[in-house]
Ligand binder design. Structure first.
Ligand code: DSN
Length: 419
């Protein structure tokens, strides 16, 4: 087992961390919302910045001793502005959900109407789902994808908006493989006098590098996480070009919904944003997109039903129930048995419960970071198919796992030994 810390520090916890390094090293990671951070991001997040309280914003803190965290938070802010060509940012949200809560509270009062994408259609929970704050504090109506094409139907969304008259429309998705037309959403929002918010948590890296159109000059406010395609630490961000709105956002983040910012995470965000501004990162995102396209084509060729028939971004969805008569739940378990990590996911108009599902979501950002190209993703597509075909044959699954482990070992993590 790879030792990354001195076990004497706390053998129970560091044993688990060691085991997690090994699991990550020997698995093919296909969860579309995950990635592998650089050693620099990892070190910044594991730094002494975690010791510091810094309620407030750079230059206006409620605690002494903030000189260094101020420097780091300013760096994060300036780099983020440069990355998305945006005027005002907040880098303090603890998560994507917190970013969304603060952004929505900056635009609406409780009870106001919102329209976001349905979870089954591929939307995020914090865009109005009934059990989320966004569906409890606001009157929410979901829009869906088209029943035939499984793509966004902007005319249908317009009709829905004209009837429902929301004060806010939210666009952005967690399981939608096609390009989102932010300008069409803006036309819809304008026609009913609604604000428009984009949550680009999944596609942020594509937006930053020009592989997806940008919502920055189109939407009132844009939120994202920083740990998916942006390849930073777990956390959230909020961006806008509207100065008045940016002031409301700052107040809604702190003291609205958060206390002291996680300055160690903000330091790691700053490091990641610097990496995201490099030509190498742009090349990386280009490869992520190529890999997803090629892998989805391979699945189609093997008789799998790829939702919408393919992908424009970093992920795609397979209807495994329709294609291979296996639920998403069982497929996820079978893949885990051969060291391939993916997540079961509802597909549009799914007939299975959300805990079971008919689908599997597959993403290429993490393994592209490890160096996989089209050839390796095609190979993994075949291992997935082999595993599904041999789902009840333990010996066959063992043999597939050995091949997967051997492939993964050839593409090591960048941090076998840390600290
Ligand atoms: N849970 C996240 C995902 O996996 O897509 C939503 O942002």
């Amino acid at each position: 087992m790879t030792e990354i810390f001195d076990r004497n520090l706390d053998d129970e916890v560091f044993d688990a961390i060691d085991a997690e390094v090994l699991r990550q090293q020997e698995s093919t990671e296909l969860i579309a919302s995950e990635n592998f951070v650089s050693l620099a991001v990892l070190k910044a997040q594991g730094s002494v910045m975690t010791n510091k309280y810094a309620e407030g914003y750079p230059g206006k803190r409620y605690y002494g001793g903030c000189v260094n965290v101020d420097r780091v938070e300013e760096l994060a802010r300036e780099r983020l502005k440069a990355l998305f060509h945006v005027r005002f940012v907040n880098v303090q949200p603890y998560s994507g959900s917190a970013a969304n809560m603060a952004a929505i509270r900056s635009l609406l009062s409780p009870g106001d109407r919102i329209m976001g994408m349905s979870v089954n259609g591929g939307g995020h929970l914090t865009h109005g789902y009934s059990l989320s704050f966004s569906g409890k504090d606001y009157e929410s109506l979901s829009y869906d994808v088209d029943r035939e094409t499984y793509r966004l139907d902007y005319d249908a969304i317009l009709r829905q908006a004209q009837q429902f008259k929301p004060k806010l429309i939210i666009c952005g998705a967690s399981a939608y493989s096609r390009e989102i037309d932010f300008k069409k959403f803006k036309e819809i929002a304008d026609s009913v006098g609604a604000y428009l918010m984009a949550d680009i948590a999944h596609i942020a890296g594509l937006v930053a590098t020009g592989y997806h159109n940008s919502p920055i000059d189109v939407c009132d406010v844009v939120t994202s996480t920083t740990h998916k395609t942006l390849r930073g630490p777990r956390g959230g961000i909020i961006m806008t070009n509207d100065e008045e709105l940016s002031k409301k956002i700052d107040k809604n983040v702190f003291p609205g919904i958060q206390g002291g910012p996680l300055e160690h995470v903000i330091a790691a965000k700053a490091v990641a944003f610097k990496e995201d501004l490099t030509p190498e990162y742009k090349d990386y995102i280009g490869q992520v997109v190529k890999n997803a396209k090629r892998m989805s084509e391979e699945f189609s060729a093997m008789g799998y039903d790829v939702i919408t028939g393919g992908t424009d971004n970093h992920l795609f969805m397979l209807d495994v129930l329709k294609s291979k008569n296996i639920t998403g739940m069982k497929a996820q378990k079978v893949l885990e048995a051969v060291n391939i990590t993916a997540n079961r996911n509802s597909i549009p108009f799914d007939t299975q419960k959300p805990y079971i599902t008919s689908g599997i979501r597959i993403g290429t950002p993490a393994m592209t970071t490890r160096g996989f190209q089209e050839k390796e993703f095609v190979q993994i597509a075949h291992y997935i198919d082999e595993a599904i075909r041999n789902q009840d044959d333990a010996r066959a699954l063992d043999a597939i796992r050995e091949k997967v482990v051997s492939l993964n070992r050839a593409f090591p993590l960048p941090y076998r030994k840390v600290g």
